[in-house]
Design a binder for this molecule. Sequence first.
Ligand code: NAP
Length: 368
Amino acid sequence: MSIQITTRLSGPVLVTGGNGYIASWLIKRLLELGVDVHATVRDTRDPTRTAHLRAAARGRPGTLSLFDADLMDAGGFDRAMAGCHLVFHTASPLIVRDVADPVRDLVQPATRGTRHVLEAVNRTPSVRRVVLTSSVVAIYGDAADLEGMEADRFDESHWNSTSNAHHQPYAYSKTVAERLAWEMAGGQDRWDLVAMNPGLVLGPGLSRHTNAESVLIMRDFGNGYYRFGAPELEFAIVDVRDVAESHLRAGLIPEAEGRHILVSETLSLMDIASILRDHFGDGYPFPRQTVSRVVALMLAPRRRIPQAVARRNIGYPLRFDNRYAREALGMTFRPAAESIVDHFRQLLDDDLVPRARRNSGDARRRLQ
Ligand code: NAP
C-alpha cells in the first residue's frame, strides 16, 4: 500500500505542551522537514523547559516560535494557533503516582484543556486537522478488562469503561478527554480529528529536565525499586521516536482518520529486567525474580499502588492489535529492547540513575 505524506503545508503547525517528552521529538521532526512550528509551553521564560527546543531548532529549515499557554486558560491558545492548518494537542498532565487531588490535578486540566484547545480550533478558520495525543488507557482501564471479552486483544474499537476519578484517574482523564474531542469534532465539518493511542512510551528524551512518567518508570530499574523482585505486570511499549513519527504521519497523510494504537510489544517487568541485564551487566539492582501475586498484593500499599489497581492488573496478560497504525500510517515499530536500552543508557549518561559499582559497563560492548 502506498502512503502519501505531504509536507506542503501553507502555514505553521501548532504543538501544545511543546516541551514534553513526546512533543519535543515531534517538533524536532517537523523542523527537520522544514515545517514552521508554533509550540505552547507553560513558561517560555524557563530555560530548563525550552533550551532543548531552541537547540533542536538551530540550523533546521523550519522555524520555531514559542508561546505561553496553560490548559486551564480558556483563551490561552488563540494567539499561538493563528494561521495554523494543523494542531497537535499533546499537553495533558501525566501523573500516575501520588495524585493529591485526581479531579483537580488530572481530570479537569485534561478535559478543560481539550475543550479550550478545540474551542480555539473552532475560532481559527485556517485549522483543517487536529491530531490528539490520547493513550491506550483510553482503550482499556486495567489488564483484567480483557477477561470475559470476545476479542483476545484490545483494538481501536474498545473504550475504557472501568476507570473513574478514584480508580485509575489518569486513565479516566485520558478517556473523558478523548471522548470530548470526538464529540467536539462531530459538531462541525471544517476540521477532522485523528487520535494517537500510545502505550508506555520509552526511549531517549531530548531534554534532561523531565519528570515524564516514562522516565520515572525506567529510573525505578536503576534505583533499586525492584531490588527484591518485580510483580507480574505487563506493559505495552512503544518508542518515543516512533510515537513522534506516528503523530507526524497522522498530521501529514491526508487520508489518516480514526484512532491508532501505537504499541510495539508487550513486555513484563521481568522481560525488561532481562533486557537491561543482558545489555548493562549484573552490577545494577535489576529484579531477578517475579514476586508472587499474593506477596505483590501485600506489598502494593507500601509501593503506593492502590489495592484495586494491583488486584486488577498483577498477573493479567495485556495484548494489543497494532495493525491499523502499521497499515494506515505505514509505521514499523522499533523492537522494545532498543527503546529500553537507549533509554537506560541516557539515564546513565545524564547521571539520573547510579552507575554500577561492580561489573560496570555495557555487557554487549565488553563482549565485542
Ligand atoms: P510530559 O513530558 O509530562 O508532557 C506533558 C506535557 O503536558 C508537558 O509539556 C506539560 O507541561 C503539559 N501540561 C501538563 N499540564 C499542563 C497545563 N495545565 N497547561 C499546559 N500544559 C500542561 O509527558 P509525555 O509523555 O510527553 O506526554 C505527552 C502526552 O502523551 C500526554 O497527553 C500523555 O497523556 C500522552 N501519553 C504519554 C504516554 C507515556 O508513556 N509517556 C503514553 C500515552 C500517552 P509542563 O512541562 O509545563 O508540565
